[in-house]
Design a protein around this ligand. Structure first.
Ligand SMILES: [Zn+2]
Length: 308
């Protein structure tokens, strides 16, 4: 399977893993006139919704502009990486939208994804920044000894000054799988889904299980379907807050659905033709799949197009 160019991939930044271990190097980058800063408030990036032609772009602040937004912000800004022109890109989060009064608006990242008006590399940078900022916000204290932690390596880790433990950003693996059985596939609704939307089943991988075991367990728990072959399709970083969606196709071996009513509101088999109609939003009952910014869309698309 070739690489899929999913949304939230392709940020094209050099993370400078070695260089950033030198605090003086990071400080010099922050002070350089090329340095730019993405600003967030409660997980929402600051964007210019229409820079012309309906294109949305993140607002990039200079170091001086960032310092005007919040005194001391430079110190806590985290380095995302260097772009192709070797210009450093940082991210910083303020406490609330009201703390900023300049140009641009703070927009929900899911809405940016659905609207599909941000270039893929830019959206990937926004996703990377959102995940990292959220991790830093949640890890201000050492999980081992409880002391306050400090930003290390320009934001690639946090260090505990008390017990010396290093803490690294987490990625949470999630399996998302389309179960198919010949000419039908299984799609389900969680209660919080947008009305009429059906998607592939998904769940967190638990300690002590392989990818394949996780797929089989989730499908059995949520739909009571036995599964044979599991095939990997592609993966997508999902910054809500920090998941890696691992997309698979799973061969169903039984028909009768026993739905987990705590997790799901509905689960049904749909024909290949129906899946196609749901992807293109032409289903007779108005049912539809997630939009193309989510990996689920592409898992269903591959099945609908006869690739599996
Ligand atoms: Zn500690």
């Amino acid at each position: 399977m070739s690489d899929h160019q999913h949304m939230f991939t392709g940020h094209e930044l050099d993370r400078s893993t070695d260089e950033r271990t030198d605090p003086a190097w990071v400080e010099a980058l922050k002070a350089s006139k090329e340095a730019r800063f993405l600003l967030f408030a409660r997980g929402k990036p600051l964007v210019d919704l229409d820079t012309g032609g309906g294109v949305t772009e993140p607002v990039l602040l200079t170091a001086a502009e960032l310092e005007r937004v919040a005194a001391g912000a430079l110190e806590d800004a985290i380095l995302l990486g260097l772009d192709a022109a070797q210009s450093p890109l940082f991210a910083y989060s303020i406490g609330a939208e009201q703390d900023y009064s300049g140009e641009g608006v703070f927009e929900d990242v899911r809405i940016l994804g659905i609207q599909n008006r941000v270039a893929r590399a830019q959206l990937a940078r926004i996703g990377l920044a959102k995940s990292l900022l959220e991790w830093h916000r949640m890890h201000g204290f050492c999980a081992t000894c409880g002391a306050k932690t400090n930003i290390g390596n320009g934001g690639a880790k946090r260090d505990c000054p008390s017990c010396q433990r290093e803490h690294f950003p987490r990625v949470d693996p999630v399996v998302i799988m389309l179960v198919h059985r010949g000419e039908k596939c299984l799609l389900a609704r969680q209660t919080h889904f947008t009305r009429n939307m059906y998607s592939a089943l998904a769940g967190f991988i638990e300690p002590g299980e392989s990818l394949e075991e996780s797929v089989r367990r989730e499908i059995m728990e949520e739909a009571g379907i036995e599964v044979g072959q599991v095939r990997y399709h592609s993966s997508q970083p999902w910054p809500f807050p920090s998941a890696l969606m691992i997309g698979c196709h799973a061969q169903g071996l039984s028909d009768e659905i026993t739905m987990d009513t705590k997790e799901l509101e509905d689960a049904r088999w749909f024909s290949r033709a129906e899946a196609r109609d749901m992807l293109s939003q032409n289903h007779a009952d108005g049912l539809f799949t997630p939009f193309s910014f989510a990996i689920a869309h592409h898992l269903i698309r591959a099945y609908a197009d006869g690739e599996v």
